[in-house]
Design a protein around this ligand. Structure first.
Ligand code: MSP
Length: 656
């Protein structure tokens, strides 16, 4: 039987439309789910909305509507967004569903029956925004943060959950099963909260009912009370679980709701799954551990500058702003930029830079170059590779090693690391093209086997990239997959059976851009006028070499570029390409040879203004010394186009 994998996102409050913080959590869950499916596991992926509680009641009152009407209005924003982002959840739970409500009431009664829930009076401070009672220490913290206005004095009859009684088992859970909270440093936070400095006795029983509000699930048999929203919400994972998938394998949460998931949630489950005779002060039975989530994975926040993104601060970025550039682009950005666990500042410019560098230039350029070379040199038919030299061997080995390394990182939920490996590999391939110069091989009859090898290796690399990146970018990888002549859905591939070196199935398609390069300047200008960003169409794909490594200005300044004027020009005997020119560069007249004979006739060159590299070391070309070089523009395959300064620029002018 395939391994089962149950993954959840938090359920989202319906007091506001989704922003990129919510979007990130859901995309991360989707990427994990898609990976697991491609690993051959059977996945159940749950998400939904948290619709009860004071927050919703208050927002609804302020808008003059009932809480249910508010929930019904806001909830579809989440569903539509997940559809737009191709989220592959299996079920969408709402806490107002009758089925969920029945489970909450049933479990409430169960825990009342075991004595884990009892009735008492609560007197103390309450945080409205967190919907939680606060201890004195927490109240002091909040006051120091200027949040005193969120605290109210409260005295009410309440049902309590016997949280204190589970302290011993909870501590054992953290000590013996550290995989329960990931990353590690988040586990430490939880431990510190439960037992600061290793000292016990800090946990207090938890109030799990309210009489101050009416918008919630009634406590069975005592309807003046509604069930506390966190008891209600956390149990969605149980009420909406599909048979055979319990317990959750990975539960995603933001760091702000980790405590609820790493303390209350396992304690509730311990209470529900324990049996008469289990000793709460003794060792945590393995049987109980097996009913608890395997891992609570806590991620950090997307920040604006230093601040958390939130509606009340008015600094939220809405997913639509990113989706304007495509769903894959947004998904890729989230996975590539955020290290799971840490916070990250969002910048719109950084977003555009990342997409241009990695998708338009990196992957997009490699794909269009490869497809156009396969078309041009082999009529689209993918040749077979025979390893010919050390470089080919190195590329072959890098391809073989990539999938295991990539998948190990993905399995550890380190998608930033995985994508980093993949893009390093793609850059390596750009280097392979530059060094092996297929456009030259194409013109050399004796180099055809080498050309076959280079083309085949590039093809395999792209096919591998399509498979590995499929969970992150479902559309772009499908497009790539199809253009490589592969049939079916790339998402139906299994990592384990996919063969990197398998022969091609069919000829490749004509190149089409995978990702439209974003004109940042245009977007920024437009941004200043409207709030909607824009994209421009990319040019038709060219056979362009990648941008070289960065250099400092000082390195550039070592070059002496001058305006020159061609005085004489003649072909070099026995050479198709070379033209010998004398060029006035203001200070002196130089003899310069240029390989531009295919593109220009000598008579077209005389009296033309050109740009000369004036301090290039002289070198002999077909027996004549050339004292400099003319600048010309081209892609890897086109004829050279001489760079032309304006007609009124004078010979000797410095170009800088
Ligand atoms: N309803 C509760 C969760 C109940 S789960 C049983 C809730 N909802 S929420 O809508 O406020 O937040 C849902 C998730 O979005 C949380 O995991 C939260 O951490 C995440 N994010 C909200 N803002 C965020 C960022 N700025 N960045 C990243 N994630 C953030 O809490």
């Amino acid at each position: 039987m395939p391994q089962r994998f149950y993954i959840t996102t938090p359920i989202y409050y319906v007091n506001d439309k989704p922003h990129i913080g919510h979007t990130y959590t859901t995309v991360l869950a989707d990427v994990i789910a898609r990976h697991r499916r491609m690993m051959g596991e059977e996945v159940y992926f749950l998400t939904g909305t948290d619709e009860h509680g004071q927050k919703i009641e208050k927002t609804a009152a302020a808008r003059g509507m009932t809480p249910k009407a508010l929930a019904d209005e806001v909830m579809p924003n989440f569903q539509r967004l997940w559809e737009r982002m191709e989220i592959t959840h299996d079920y969408f739970v709402r806490t107002t569903d009758a089925q969920h409500k029945a489970v909450i009431q049933e479990r409430f009664l169960q825990l009342q029956g075991t004595g884990d829930i009892y009735k008492d009076t609560y007197k103390g401070l309450y945080s409205v925004s967190d919907e939680a009672y606060v201890t004195e220490t927490q109240a002091k913290e909040m006051q120091a943060q200027g949040l005193a206005h969120q605290l109210v004095e409260l005295e009410e009859e309440s049902y309590f959950f016997r949280l204190k009684a589970y302290e011993n088992w909870l501590i054992q859970l953290y000590e013996q099963y550290p995989e329960f909270v990931q990353p590690d440093f988040r586990l430490n936070e939880v431990k510190q909260f439960v037992a600061p400095g290793g000292e016990r006795g800090f946990l207090q029983d938890l109030s799990i009912s309210r009489t101050s509000i009416t918008w919630g699930i009634p406590v069975p048999g005592d309807e003046r009370h509604v069930v506390y929203v966190w008891f209600d919400a956390l149990l969605n994972y149980l009420s909406a679980c599909r048979e055979g998938f319990w317990p959750p394998t990975v539960q995603l949460v933001g760091k702000d709701i980790l405590r609820f998931h790493a303390i209350y949630w396992p304690a509730f489950l311990m209470a529900m799954f324990r049996e008469a005779g289990d000793d709460l002060d003794g060792p945590l039975p393995a049987r109980i551990r097996e009913q608890l989530p395997h891992t609570i994975l806590a991620h950090g926040w997307w920040l604006m500058g230093e601040d958390k993104m939130s509606k009340s601060r008015g600094n939220v970025v809405r997913p639509e702003e990113l989706l304007h550039f495509g769903n894959d682009a947004a998904r890729f950005f989230f996975m590539r930029e955020m290290q799971v666990g840490l916070d990250r500042s969002f910048s719109f410019e950084g977003f555009m830079d990342r997409l241009n560098a990695d998708l338009a230039n990196g992957l997009g350029n490699l794909a269009s170059r490869t497809l156009s070379m396969l078309q041009r040199y082999r009529h689209g038919v993918v040749p077979t590779a025979v390893v010919l030299d050390a470089q080919d061997q190195e590329v072959l080995e890098a391809g073989r090693a990539l999938a295991p390394a990539y998948l190990a990182k993905a399995k550890a939920n380190d998608f930033q690391g995985a994508l980093d490996l993949l893009w390093t590999y793609l850059r390596h391939l750009d280097g392979y093209i530059v060094k092996s110069e297929p456009w030259k091989l194409a013109k050399d009859e004796t180099a055809q086997a080498r050309l076959d090898t280079v083309l085949c290796q590039l093809y395999r690399a792209l096919r591998l990239t399509a498979v590995l990146a499929a969970p992150v970018m479902p559309d772009m990888t499908q497009k790539l997959w199809t253009s490589l002549g592969m049939t079916g859905q790339v998402a139906d591939q299994r990592f384990e059976t996919f063969q990197y070196e398998a022969a091609a199935q069919a000829p490749v398609a004509e190149p089409a851009p995978l990702f439209q390069r974003i004109d940042k300047e245009a977007v920024m200008q437009e941004e200043n006028q409207t709030t909607e960003p824009v994209a421009v169409q990319a040019e038709a794909p060219l056979d362009l070499p990648p941008v070289k490594d960065l250099i400092e200005y000082d390195t550039f300044a070592l070059m002496d570029l001058r305006v020159g004027r061609v005085l004489t020009a003649e072909r070099v005997p026995k050479s198709k390409k070379l033209i010998k020119m004398t060029v006035d560069i203001g200070l002196e007249t130089r003899t310069i040879l240029g390989g531009i004979g295919v593109a220009y006739a000598p008579e077209e060159l005389v009296d033309r203004k050109v740009v000369v590299v004036a301090n290039l070391a002289p070198r002999p070309l077909m027996g004549t010394m050339s004292h400099g070089m003319l600048l010309a523009a081209s892609d890897n395959d086109s004829k050279p186009y001489l760079v032309a300064p304006p007609e009124d620029a004078k010979p000797g002018f410095v170009v800088r």
